[in-house]
Write a protein that binds this ligand. Structure first.
Ligand code: HEM
Ligand SMILES: *[C@@H]1O[C@H](CO)[C@@H](O)[C@H](O)[C@H]1NC(C)=O
Ligand SMILES: *[C@@H]1O[C@H](CO)[C@@H](O)[C@H](O)[C@H]1NC(C)=O
Length: 314
């Protein structure tokens, strides 16, 4: 398996980003991986729900301006950052990145980028939650731009499967990779505001989203009775990285419209059924797609910097 992963990683990396490497910090910060893993493990032991937060934060980082830590930047007087977009949708886990960065700065000041810290932390979170283990290339530099308007590039939960295929396709992902990445929703929760439009006045013909199981619709409505910020777990094991999410889609019990569309659409249903039946296949496709996502528009050399604080451009 180890060799297989190594081979896959080489294939994925081939010609994508030559400045990155698996042992980028070998001489400059040999304990970087260990420091980050320990920090993540410690934080998740006290709050396992933050695994979802770290994974989602890495996704948002990579889809906006590439994986360059832009999602970590705080707004300033003159600049409203990505973070403060309505699409920030409750990102969580910033303190874990700060804690890792603080320790790394003590060990090897100015060496490890925030984008790399986030990529490794997301990877460690997946493993902590019971998901696949995988190695990722390092060497991303931190970007100098973080603007609220760029968050328009994130997929909204109202997207149907062809819209998702399109948007992920624009980032170079196949249909299968898009479905595998959506499997990240095996972790975490969504707030009522992200799915309530499925529960009433759905469209001109239906009050209720017809792709939604009527019994599960009652569950969602009950969650929403506690308000827009009430949280609904994506599947029955919100802190466990498994293939339960795909089983839920088969029962028409996907939380977001953008989840259920993967089963409702014939283009993607077969992939959902495959992952529901075979967790190992899901894990393998997921880790490959994650390595690929982690290489999106990576900034190398002078195109970026290594931030002193992950919340501020140097
Ligand atoms: C396919 C398109 C996607 C859409 C439309 C989407 C949308 C959403 C929405 C609306 C939420 C709930 C936010 C809230 O209500 O607070 C959410 C949560 C989440 N998303 Fe996605 N997402 C997508 C893909 C991804 C990908 C590719 C990943 C990671 C690889 C990811 C990871 C997560 C995680 C882990 C959560 C739970 C966060 C938590 O519990 O704190 N999502 N997503
Ligand atoms: C976005 O993040 C900011 C700061 O963390 C928070 O105050 C705000 O309520 C968030 N917006 C939404 C819509 O979640
Ligand atoms: C998805 O939504 C778009 C835009 O609303 C629409 O044109 C398209 O027909 C929809 N596709 C499917 C498969 O429903």
């Amino acid at each position: 398996m180890g060799l297989l992963i190594a081979v896959v990683v080489i294939l994925v990396m081939n010609g994508v980003a030559d400045g990155l490497s698996m042992n980028y910090y070998l001489f400059t910060c040999p304990f970087a991986e260990m420091i980050i893993k320990n920090t993540v493990n410690k934080a998740l032991q006290s709050d396992p729900t933050l695994a979802a937060g770290l994974l989602r934060m890495h996704f948002h980082d990579c889809f906006i301006e590439g994986c360059d830590g832009s999602v970590l930047i705080d707004s300033t007087k003159g600049n409203t950052a990505e973070k403060d977009s309505p699409a920030n949708l409750s990102l969580r886990g910033y303190e874990i990145i700060d804690a890792a960065k603080e320790q790394l700065e003590k060990q090897c000041p100015g060496v490890v980028s925030c984008a790399d810290i986030l990529a490794m932390a997301a990877r460690d979170a997946v493993f902590f939650a019971g998901g696949p283990v995988y190695d990722i290339p390092k060497g991303r530099k931190d970007g100098r731009r973080s603007k609220i308007e760029d968050t328009a590039n994130l997929p909204p939960p109202s997207f149907n499967s062809s819209q998702l295929i399109n948007m992920f396709g624009q980032h170079g992902f196949t249909v299968q990779e898009m479905v595998a990445l959506s499997g990240a929703h095996t972790l975490g929760t969504a707030r009522c505001s992200s799915f309530k439009s499925r529960l009433s006045n759905f469209d001109s013909k239906n009050d209720l989203d017809p792709s939604l199981d009527t019994q599960f619709a009652r569950t969602l409505a009950k969650t929403c009775s506690a308000g827009d910020n009430a949280e609904q777990p994506f599947d029955s094991s919100r802190n466990a990285f498994d293939n339960d999410y795909f089983n839920a889609l088969q029962r028409k019990a996907g939380v977001l419209f953008s989840d259920q569309t993967l089963f409702a659409s014939v283009t993607t249903r077969g992939i959902v059924n495959g992952y529901a039946m075979n967790q190992a296949m899901f894990f393998f496709d997921f880790l490959r797609a994650m390595v690929k996502m982690g290489l999106l528009d990576v900034k190398e050399g002078s195109k970026g910097e290594v931030r002193n604080s992950c919340r501020m451009i140097n």
